[in-house]
Design a protein around this ligand. Structure first.
Ligand code: UP5
Ligand code: MG
Length: 190
């Protein structure tokens, strides 16, 4: 990765805002590799790993899994992809995630890059009203254990308290491109 000048775009937005759906479209047009942190954690949980139970418990409470676990999965997927352009979906979800990822990237790349340039290219923020996100998740029917109204409420709360500040942080750096995610799938402006 270090020699390949990887480009990273973070895709953030509330639960059900359409991150996964729109990332699939972006991949078709722009050659990025889509990595959903939530999907990687679900796969890790299902693989019977030693962290499986912890991941399951945290997800069912809408809580954010410790950074080291998520970052290890992201790093592995980035290396295995062979690509150098990544859409990282649903991460970083809090300040700890953001700082830890930056620290890891800095460690890997500091010999090659000016530390000040170690940043995502930009951040896509899928902005969607809570009622619409709730409606979408309740209609999803893909058997996700966290798609029940109790956990959905917890996910919304964690998003407001922990994830929005990360979006604000990147706004302060002029990195955020806000997207009206309330429109129908084909009309969401990318
Ligand atoms: N849909 C999509 N777009 C639509 C549109 N424009 N109009 C109408 N319907 C639309 O979409 C959700 C549903 O809506 C789908 O049925 C879709 O067809 C429809 P989707 O594209 O899946 O939305 P997305 O934003 O990806 O929703 P998701 O539920 O995946 O978001 P979350 O952020 O809640 O879930 P994630 O998988 O990222 O995380 C789950 C949990 O994992 C977290 O709560 C947390 O516990 C844990 N986690 C971590 O701890 N750390 C991480 O870094 C990441 C996750
Ligand atoms: Mg998703």
């Amino acid at each position: 990765l270090a020699e390949k000048h990887p480009k990273v775009v973070f895709v953030l937005g509330g639960p059900g805002s359409g991150k996964g759906t729109q990332c699939e479209k972006i991949v078709q047009h722009f050659g990025y590799t889509h990595l959903s942190a939530g999907d990687l954690l679900r796969a890790e949980k299902n693989s019977g790993s030693e962290n499986g139970i912890m991941i399951q418990n945290m997800m069912n409470e809408g809580k954010i899994v410790p950074s080291e676990v998520t970052i290890k999965l992201l790093q592995k997927a980035m290396l295995e992809s062979g690509n150098d352009k990544f859409l990282i979906d649903g991460f970083p979800r809090n300040e700890e995630n953001r700082a830890a990822f930056e620290a890891v990237v800095r460690l890997c790349l500091s010999h090659f890059f000016d530390a000040a340039k170690i940043e995502p290219e930009f951040v896509l923020y899928f902005n969607c009203p809570e009622k619409e996100m709730e409606r979408r998740i309740l209609n999803r029917n893909q058997g996700r254990e966290d798609d029940n109204i109790e956990t959905i409420r917890k996910r919304f709360k964690v998003f407001l308290e922990s994830s929005l500040p990360v979006i604000e942080y990147y706004k302060g750096k002029g990195k955020v491109r806000e997207i009206d995610a309330a429109k129908p799938v084909e009309e969401v402006p990318l």
